[in-house]
Design a protein around this ligand. Structure first.
Ligand code: FE
Length: 234
């Protein structure tokens, strides 16, 4: 069996939102797909440890925002690496309340869907929620961000509750640079890797900036940790 086989499957990057007793929550998900065309039915895999899982189970509704390639890591970090149990994820994010009463993130969203849960499958660590589409619309032009784009261009990793998370093998060893100052630094909190070759243009760090040369108040674009949380990538 070849472990890498599963890496050849394509995924997108979506924000899945739901509501429960007037409280809203959302999270990043990559395992989402259309099941049937008539009627229009989709399915999404959600980790049982996530607050969104509890919300969808109770309210039986969820929304899907399809993110574009320009989505900053901060937005993915807010919804992918922070828990709604500790933070208000919607504080600085544009969204609207949909027909299902669940929130729909509109920021960096090219299209959205709203679904009502019609069935679910218990798959151990995750539940696959199957939903009939109640409403949907295109929000803006743009390319949907694929998981591969997020991984390769944005330097992102799987949150630990993602179906595709595989622990240390997710943080695959990358060839060390011969020049010491061009070394990559990894965030010990979330696994984000700072690569001097790409920099962090979303946050004003130009390509070619060594980790030492990044401004002191720069924080991890994914989880918000300070520079001191970073170590040289082995
Ligand atoms: Fe981080």
């Amino acid at each position: 069996m070849n472990e890498k086989t599963l890496h050849k499957i394509s995924y997108g990057i979506y924000i899945i939102c739901s509501i429960n007793d007037g409280k809203k929550n959302g999270q990043i998900a990559n395992a989402l797909f259309q099941v049937t065309a008539t009627p229009q039915v989709i399915a999404v895999s959600i980790n049982k440890n996530n607050l969104t899982h509890e919300f969808i189970t109770k309210s039986k509704v969820f929304t899907v925002s399809v993110l574009d390639e320009q989505t900053p890591m901060t937005l993915i970090g807010t919804f992918g690496f922070k828990s709604g149990k500790d933070t208000d994820k919607f504080k600085d994010v544009s969204y609207k309340i949909g027909k299902t009463k669940a929130p729909i993130v509109l920021q960096n969203t090219i299209a959205y869907l709203e679904a009502k849960v019609i069935d679910k499958i218990d798959v151990g660590t995750h539940t696959i929620f199957i939903g009939s589409i109640e409403d949907s619309d295109i929000v803006s032009a743009g390319q949907p961000m694929t998981y591969e784009y997020y991984h390769k261009v944005k330097g992102g990793y799987s949150p630990k509750n993602a179906p595709t998370y595989s622990g240390s093998s997710d943080k695959k060893t990358i060839q060390k640079k011969e020049e010491k100052n061009m070394e990559k630094y990894v965030c010990t909190i979330c696994g984000y890797v700072y690569d001097p070759e790409t920099g962090d243009p979303d946050n004003g760090v130009a390509q070619g900036t060594t980790f030492e040369d990044i401004q002191k108040d720069w924080v991890c674009p994914v989880c918000g940790a300070t520079k001191s949380a970073f170590t040289i990538e082995e």
